[in-house]
Design a protein around this ligand. Sequence first.
Ligand SMILES: [Zn+2]
Length: 374
Amino acid sequence: MRSLLPSDPDARSGPGEPNPWPEHELETVERCPLCGSRDRRMLYQGLADRVFFCAPGKWTLYRCNACNSGYLDPRPTVESIGRAYASYYTHEPAGGRAQTSIAGRGLRRVLQDNYAASKKAVLNDYLNANYNLELRPTLPWIRWAISASPRRRLNAGMMVRHLVRKRPGARLLDIGCGNGAFIGWARTCGWAAEGLDPDPRAAAAGRARGMPITVGSLPDTGFPEARFSAVTMSHSIEHLHDPAAGLREVCRILEPGGTLWIATPNFASAGHAFFGSDWLALDSPRHLVLFTASSLISTLSATGFVAIRPVRRPPIAEWYFTTSHRVALRDEPFSRDGSELPFGLRLRAVVADWQALLRPTRGEEIIVTAERQQ
Ligand SMILES: [Zn+2]
């Protein structure tokens, strides 16, 4: 169910006028799914799937006047939402890069590879020291090369989802894991990592590569209480019909003091303010609820979490601006040879990234860590 990350592959189908979503597979949403308020205003009408071009229907998005989050009304029912994921890309098996022998490459390439391996070993040492991980090989004593660079620190933190492993063998669950790319990396780091995803095809692709993935979704995971030391939700909470019920379940399956890491698009971002109904992360009808930092923090607080902290992430505005610009042009947002961002918009994206560094709650994405109360 993971969506909209810049490292993911292209969408494959073409644009077209959507058919209506079947009437009996819609449900009305008269109250804000986060705060319960009925006070709202209509923000956009006629939204269609202009990201993956596979979901039928036209959609209306409301903004809650009480908590400023966004939500669709009406929306697909829990039973029918699978219809919106027909060509979603986490179905694709993750490909491995073909290996070539050293004999087939020049000396320059070998030196480049050695340099890259050394950089990786320095990064491993930094991550092990700061996040209690077990990455190998390491190149000790020069981890300051990363500590001294704000950009490298941001990138390194993002790689491990800002999670400090409490002990060897600690369990991590990635909810909305797709085909399990993060699970594989987390296991390399030394986590006992597993995944949960509602899509049986994505889960099968991950399992074929040895990833332990359970088919299922929030709020009924079926896991025992306090099983996990950490739970991650990368771009999955906005897909839930009842995010609060989902977070209560996450709280239940986390051990006391366990950490939840969430990343989700920011409804209060500069990109949304600029692109409006063309902002990529509206992604109707897959994104049912769109959060602001404060509505996410309030929901976490109301569902049993403490120590709730927004986290800075590496710059990403250019990616959101580029894909949203293509949505505005009715182009395929993830095409490798799609329209480039004009200079003026690129400049705006740079400004948006600087603003996000100063105020993470205004960035294109919200990233928050929180703990289950001890
Ligand atoms: Zn609300």
